[in-house]
Ligand binder design. Structure first.
Ligand code: CU
Length: 450
């Protein structure tokens, strides 16, 4: 019976060695999370990594509080043409996540189409060619089957009464080993895995550091009137060639972040959707007439972060926002935010914190927004815009919005470039609602002027 023990070990090794192959060929990299202000909805579209081709493409859509429910049409289409698969997605009302499965049948560049009946947002994504090829799955399946059959054969030989079942099972195991070995030999001739940028589809490489992508010109076309929601059309144009810029990568969970500052201190943080190469659209309702500053934050592949800006006018009477007040307690989103600021000297790092409480208790269910625990956006007397993120809590991973474990304290470090009165906006998310806390701080000039 000693040989049976030896074979049991072999079978066990076959079964366990099949598992690393599966893990090795499984999902690589992260899901894509893309903030999108589509029509009058604030969404986060999550494109899950594809595990096999052909196979399912999982898409989840987070609808923020205050965005109405309803139906979206969601489809995937290969960028080199080919039939689209599309399905209807019923959004949750008042905050939450809904999802569906689409089908992808090839690797390469795709677009996810999200249609709200008025606009079709087109999100570029890539099904990378590091998706496990069929040969690798066959290897895994073959060795697993062989191990299982061998165990069954051994059990049959040890405990069974008839002679033929172990023979049949053993033959099956041998055949499975042949299939698995053939597939393994085939897969070793496949090109090695390479990490692919999930938006551009090109290999991630270090040979093209931020080396001279021309700046992006931001052209804004809109007919705005105070109190009315109208489309804001953005064209991103290459500063050298004048061609549409369509090589944006995801930067803090969006292709384009847009901060619009109104003449009366109004603030909006929006995420325009891509409707065509180099063309983005967002619906915007100015609260005031007058000149609005439009600041975009985006990143070109190999070109670093860029902050192009523009101005648009809205017709209507000027309206001033109520002055937000300085550090101290502020009510926002059903919470009290206790704001503190230290240093506040131009050119020196300042620490700004917001500590959130509700009903006398510390808030511990903040959700990450745009992949961060909190955002701080600042604008000063000279109109420069700053955007910093909360210092990460080293004990907490920041996965996606469905995990609500943040708070009560978010802390930012920011160096104000100039002296004078600055307006800052703290932004956090809770109950799928983005909560904005405006505060004014006075920054003094450095003493010795050196
Ligand atoms: Cu943003």
């Amino acid at each position: 019976m000693r040989w049976i023990g030896g074979l049991l070990v072999v079978a066990a090794v076959m079964l366990t060695s099949a598992t690393p192959a599966l893990a090795h060929g499984g999902v690589v990299g992260a899901d894509l999370r893309i903030a999108a202000s589509l029509g009058d909805r604030e969404l986060t579209v999550i494109i899950r990594r594809v595990a096999a081709v052909p196979g399912p493409l999982r898409v989840d859509v987070v609808n923020h509080a205050g965005s109405r429910g309803g139906t979206l049409r969601v489809g995937a289409v290969p960028q080199n043409g080919g039939p689209a698969t599309a399905r209807e997605l019923r959004l949750t009302d008042g905050g939450g996540s809904a999802g569906l499965d689409l089908q992808v049948d090839r690797v390469g560049a795709w677009e996810l189409l999200v249609d709200d009946g008025r606009e079709t947002a087109r999100f570029p994504f890539v099904v990378p060619d590091d998706v496990p090829p069929a040969a690798e799955w066959t290897t895994t399946a073959g060795f697993t089957t062989a191990g299982g059959l061998l165990l069954a054969a051994l059990a049959g030989a040890a405990f069974g009464r008839r002679a033929w079942p172990p023979l049949v099972l053993g033959g099956g195991a041998a055949a499975a080993v042949v299939v698995a070995t053939t597939a393994a030999l085939l897969s070793s001739s496949l090109p090695p895995q390479q990490e692919i940028d999930p938006v551009t589809g090109r290999p991630l490489s270090i040979d093209a550091p931020d080396a001279g992508r021309p700046h992006v010109n931001l052209l804004v076309d809109a007919t705005l009137a105070a109190g009315e929601r109208s489309p804001l059309d953005l064209r991103l144009v290459d500063g050298a060639t004048g061609r549409p810029v369509d090589d944006l990568v995801l930067h803090h969970d969006a292709l384009v972040h847009l901060v619009v500052i109104g003449p009366g201190g109004q603030f909006a943080h929006l995420h325009p959707v891509r409707v065509a190469p180099g063309e983005f659209r967002v619906w915007f309702r100015p609260a005031s007439g007058g000149e609005h500053r439009v600041h975009a934050e985006l990143e070109r592949r190999g070109g670093g972060v860029q902050l192009p800006d523009a101005t648009v006018r809205a017709t209507g009477p000027p309206v001033a926002e109520p002055l937000p007040g300085g550090p101290g307690d502020h009510d926002a989103g059903g919470m009290t935010a206790r704001i503190t600021a230290s240093t506040l000297v131009a050119g020196e790092p300042s620490v700004l914190t917001a500590e959130f409480g509700a009903a006398g208790q510390p808030v511990r269910d903040l959700q990450p927004w745009l992949g961060m625990a909190g955002h701080l956006i600042t604008t000063g007397p000279d109109g420069t815009l700053g955007h910093v993120h909360a210092m990460p809590d080293p004990t907490a991973a920041v996965p996606d919005e469905t995990v609500a474990t943040g708070g009560p304290r978010v802390e930012f470090v920011y160096t104000f470039p100039t002296a004078g009165r600055h307006r800052v906006w703290f932004q956090v998310e809770r109950d799928y609602q983005v909560v904005t806390v405006p505060v004014e701080v006075d920054v003094t000039a450095a003493e010795d002027g050196s």
